[in-house]
Design a protein. Structure first.
Length: 645
């Protein structure tokens, strides 16, 4: 029997379906990164050399072994578009594969399914069929190769070459050579977002990623010392408009502070707050202060792009790895011992950092597997709250003398405020009050200095000064350059120096290598150009960050002990005790002191029952304090259930 339905009803039903579909999509997007993202990234084990087969083999293993533990993203790190041939390396030029619109596309020799303009479509389909989500690493702006080739710009709305003001626009029109990526200066540069063509190019990139089936983008060279709030903001807006939800991650985060991150945290889902982390104890130890600062600033799990936003302590370089900056795949074991690995995993989880495993999963040993899938640690990472550093601990260093064990009392892990200070140049958000403190000092009619006077102008201490440097113009290009940076300055250490103060590192470096503030030969480079404002700030033309002077306390009085605390969703109290010392240390904490970090909980007369996670030891009833000997660079993680009589 045929049933006739009024056309008005069909129209209403169509609107209803459209509305439901739209609301369903909004609901999916609203849940974006509601928990710290978790997955695997190819960089620590393959550098940039991974192939399609290696990636898919890894994805299949992850779907079986790690996905049940919440590891859902599989991410191809940088240079998937670079040909793996002699002469190709991180900052080489001329080896990338680009399409007719100047957009990088997968190297077909390493990614054969990309042939015929398919990009990552087939790879993404296979990843999705495994129940996983697919991610890629992308760079800032446009490739130097595209600018040199002067490719046309795609108008994503029309599918044709971008035209405006009666002419077609090309890569040379939008690329800003003075804003080349600091650690890959031959590779990529910013685009001019004041131009419609510049905006069209970036929009075409991210629309293409969505068409490929990408679920995660790791956007590099736009944050930290390379900050580009303009590009981050524009990309964030484009991602909001896409029909496909894409998680937005920023990397790296060298010299990031909470004040800087507040400018972008609401635009993204995760953002690196450190330089590259590798498998050295110095790298692990360097993450304690920065994780403490972001927790104290209430930046963990705040509002982000279509969901939440998470400070990222970088990937976990555990298991079978390669070397930083190498041109080869995995070939060695992690350099961290098991105690150091447990410390890293515990800190990352207590700080609720995204957990992105970096080791080769094809050679995933049981020790590493048990570490990264420990149920208590993963529970803390996802579901704990009130996570913060806890300073009310005491420590006693242990050492052997013959067959007798002696101890040395170290006291509470607090500072007394009398530690000697040194001062170093740094970078911060120009909205940060710590950026204010520069002033101009005229030496004579021809020479001027810009000096940092705030808090340093003591009776017998000269202020730190930089000299304004005159540009000597010789060509038309010099004149164009002067017009672009009119009113802005080169600054040198002396009035005759050919070395100018620059704001950004020249290579991709690890956290332990970074030195704040440096000088290099003067040249046309936006990271060497500064603008002085009469409000006392000195802004850099590359990143938009402002120079400051940071006070750094000498490491002479630290006990080498740190502690974190958090609460569980069932009322548990998690206490992590970390030994950063070079000798075994007994660390203690009073149950009554836990109330200082957990307001609202009456723990004065509490009795707790607890166990330590890594040793598996059951401590039974604990009525006064916890005390445990922690190995060098190791940690103890307690789960307490407390009650008052």
């Amino acid at each position: 029997m045929q049933v006739l339905v009024p056309s008005s009803f069909c129209f209403f039903l169509g609107l209803l379906i459209l509305r439901v579909s739209s609301e369903a999509l909004s609901a999916i997007k609203a849940e974006h990164a509601s928990l710290p993202p978790r997955g695997w990234n190819s960089y620590d084990s393959f550098d940039w050399t991974i192939s399609e087969q290696e990636f898919l083999d890894s994805a299949e293993i992850i779907s079986k072994r790690l996905y049940p533990h919440g590891y859902e993203y599989v991410v191809v790190d940088y240079l998937w578009y670079r040909r793996k041939v002699p002469g190709a390396y991180t900052d080489s030029l001329g080896f990338d594969v680009i399409d007719e619109w100047g957009r990088v596309i997968p190297d077909p020799d390493r990614w054969p399914s990309s042939k015929g303009g398919k990009g990552f479509t087939e790879v993404a389909k296979k990843v999705h069929s495994l129940g996983l989500k697919f991610g890629i690493h992308v760079m800032r702006g446009i490739s130097t190769q595209a600018v040199n080739a002067n490719t046309p710009i795609l108008d994503p709305a029309k599918g044709l070459a971008y035209e405006e003001s009666g002419r077609k626009w090309t890569a040379k029109d939008i690329g800003i050579k003075e804003r080349a990526c600091a650690w890959m200066s031959h590779g990529f540069m910013s685009v001019n977002l004041k131009l419609g063509a510049g905006r069209a190019f970036l929009r075409s990139l991210y629309q293409q990623y969505a068409e490929w089936g990408v679920d995660f983008v790791k956007h590099d060279c736009v944050f930290g010392d390379d900050l580009d709030v303009g590009e981050i903001s524009f990309v964030s807006e484009v991602l909001k408009e896409l029909d496909r939800p894409i998680l937005y991650s920023l990397s790296p985060g060298t010299s990031v502070k909470p004040a800087m991150a507040k400018d972008v945290s609401g635009l993204v889902n995760m953002y690196r707050i450190t330089g590259d982390d590798w498998d050295s104890w110095g790298d692990v130890a360097s993450h304690f202060d920065i994780s403490r600062d972001f927790s104290a600033a209430n930046m963990v799990g705040t509002k982000g792009l279509l969901g939440k936003s998470w400070p990222d302590l970088d990937m976990l370089p555990l298991g079978w790895l390669t070397d930083p900056g190498s041109n080869e795949g995995p070939h060695r074991k992690c350099n961290l011992n098991l105690d150091e690995q447990r410390t890293q995993m515990t800190l990352w989880s207590m700080a609720k950092s995204p957990l992105m495993f970096g080791g080769d999963v094809r050679k995933l040993d049981e020790t590493t597997y048990n570490l990264i899938t420990n149920p208590t640690v993963l529970e803390i990472n996802f579901f704990s709250s009130n996570n913060k550093e806890f300073t009310y601990v005491t420590s006693t260093k242990s050492f052997k003398k013959g067959d007798q064990v002696s101890t040395l009392q170290s006291g509470r892990c607090v500072t007394d405020g009398t530690t000697p200070e040194t001062h170093v140049l740094g970078l911060t958000s120009c909205a940060d009050v710590k950026a204010i403190g520069w002033s101009i000092s005229a030496l004579d009619q021809d020479v001027e200095q810009i000096c940092w006077r705030e808090k340093l102008n003591k009776k017998h201490q000269a202020p730190f000064c930089l000299y304004k440097r005159e540009s000597r113009l010789a060509s038309d290009e010099d004149i164009v350059y002067q017009q672009q940076y009119q009113g802005k300055l080169h600054l040198s250490a002396t009035d005759r120096s050919g070395f100018c103060f620059h704001a950004s590192p020249k290579r991709k470096i690890t956290s332990k290598d970074f030195k704040r503030g440096s000088f290099s030969p003067c040249r046309r480079d936006a990271n060497q150009i500064w603008e002085y404002s009469h409000n006392g700030t000195l802004a850099n033309s590359y990143s938009g960050l402002c120079a400051t002077m940071n006070s750094v306390k000498a490491k002479v009085s630290s006990s080498g002990v740190r502690s974190w605390i958090a609460t569980g969703r069932k009322g548990e109290i998690y206490v992590a005790l970390f030994n950063l010392n070079s000798e075994k240390t007994v660390i203690s904490v009073k149950i009554s002191d836990l109330k200082n970090a957990l307001p609202g909980q009456n723990l004065n007369e509490a009795t707790c029952k607890g166990h330590e996670v890594w040793s598996g030891k059951d401590f039974g009833m604990i009525d006064k304090s916890i005390s445990i000997a922690v190995e060098t660079h190791g940690c103890a993680l307690f789960v307490l259930k407390c009650a008052t009589d």
